[in-house]
Design a protein around this ligand. Structure first.
Ligand code: ATP
Ligand code: MG
Ligand code: MG
Ligand code: MG
Length: 345
């Protein structure tokens, strides 16, 4: 008997389009020769309005690869789930960013009493909130840049003085709960710091300010529950000032080098920290852990964790596992099995 997998994608976040691409790749993997006999795919699409759509519309969106033109928000519809949702035996949410990667959907699925791929409520929320995440990393003794927490209601000249003194320039200003570099700015002066803080404040009430490092950017994929494994590393190179939204999503602006050309000792240490970071936030299933590698000093700094990383055919996460000997279809199979194992433990 086949297992019915609910592939949940779209979502009310700035990464809606990326989610559609990720879902297309996963749907293809579920329909591959390896998985076809094992799983039945039922897609569910959350529109930009937050409303769930069942199989018919979800398949149309998967096929076309373009979002549904969002209808105006009707609060009643937010409480209606497509009836076929009741048949799902395991959920595969592939929602990036707020309202999907942050524990909200994981809580809803937990209430449905159906296992779900990836981290639960706590791991998802902790991984999404950069301040909580970094506090947990600090507790675990993991190396990272200096950072400060800023409540947007407290921004004033004195606070900017303190940030300047503590972190210096350049510094990075980020809304606490986002992804894809949305709302992130690099500040090189007081004027840029003030502008960056007001901009970040439009995305979140909580802001993180970090000391800027000049470093190579290396990523590691993690897979597993209680005994998670780290993948081969990947490096990202680009010409732009930092890995911003445009660089991430414009074809040809960033290059992925797999495996990352770093010394074996650096690789081993990054893999070790990646697993520790995963455990520090109570991760489950999957995560992509982002690092800074300061080549001149050999220093390794943990940047952040993403509990539902981009999962398109060309995304770092599945490519890192492919380079580690786990093909895309096998990866999807393993993630579903990890979700089922978590429930029956
Ligand atoms: P993702 O899409 O990976 O979820 P994100 O929105 O969570 O990204 P970060 O990974 O924290 O954002 O930062 C995005 C990019 O900004 C980094 O890849 C890096 O290029 C740059 N950056 C962030 N913080 C720093 C820092 N402290 N020093 C130097 N560069 C930084
Ligand atoms: Mg992130
Ligand atoms: Mg992200
Ligand atoms: Mg990142």
């Amino acid at each position: 008997k086949k297992t019915r997998v609910g592939l949940l994608f779209g979502g009310r976040s700035g990464e809606h389009e990326v989610s559609i691409s990720s879902a297309r790749a996963i749907a293809r993997a579920l329909d591959s020769a390896e998985n076809r006999e094992k799983y039945d795919l039922l897609p569910f699409y959350i529109g930009k309005d937050g409303v769930w759509r069942g199989e018919e519309i979800a398949r149309q969106v998967l096929e076309s690869g373009t979002p549904l033109q969002s209808e105006s928000l009707d609060r009643q519809s937010l409480w209606k789930f497509p009836p076929e949702a009741a048949e799902i035996e395991v959920w595969f949410p592939i929602l990036h960013g707020p309202n999907g990667e942050d524990g909200t959907v994981q809580g809803l699925l937990a209430l449905m009493q159906v296992p779900c791929v990836g981290s639960g409520v706590l791991g998802s929320a902790a991984g999404m909130d950069k301040l909580i995440m970094k506090d947990l990393f600090a507790q675990a003794g993991l190396p990272q840049v200096k950072y400060a927490s800023v409540a947007r209601s407290r921004v004033c000249p004195k606070l900017c003085d303190d940030l300047e003194e503590m972190l210096g320039y350049p510094c990075f200003v980020k809304p606490a709960n986002l992804g894809s570099s949305v709302g992130i700015a690099k500040a090189r002066s007081r004027a840029e710091l003030e502008a960056a803080l007001s901009s970040a404040a439009t995305y979140d009430s909580r802001i993180i300010v970090e000391a800027g490092v000049q470093a190579r950017e290396v990523e590691c994929a993690v897979l597993g529950n209680d005994d998670p494994k780290a993948s081969t590393l990947g490096e990202i190179t680009f010409e732009s000032d930092f890995y911003d939204y445009e660089t991430k999503y414009t074809e040809g602006l960033a290059q992925l080098l797999i495996p990352a050309p770093v010394p074996d000792s650096v690789r081993d240490r990054i893999q070790e920290i990646a697993v520790q970071a995963f455990q520090a936030i109570n991760g489950a299933g999957l995560a992509r852990v982002d690092f800074f590698y300061v080549e001149s000093t050999g220093e390794i700094l943990l940047n952040e964790i993403n509990t539902l990383p981009g999962f398109t055919a060309t995304s770092m996460y599945p490519r890192l596992w492919d380079a580690s000997g786990v093909s895309f279809p096998e990866l999807v199979d393993r993630l579903i099995q990890l979700a089922l194992a978590r429930l029956t433990r």
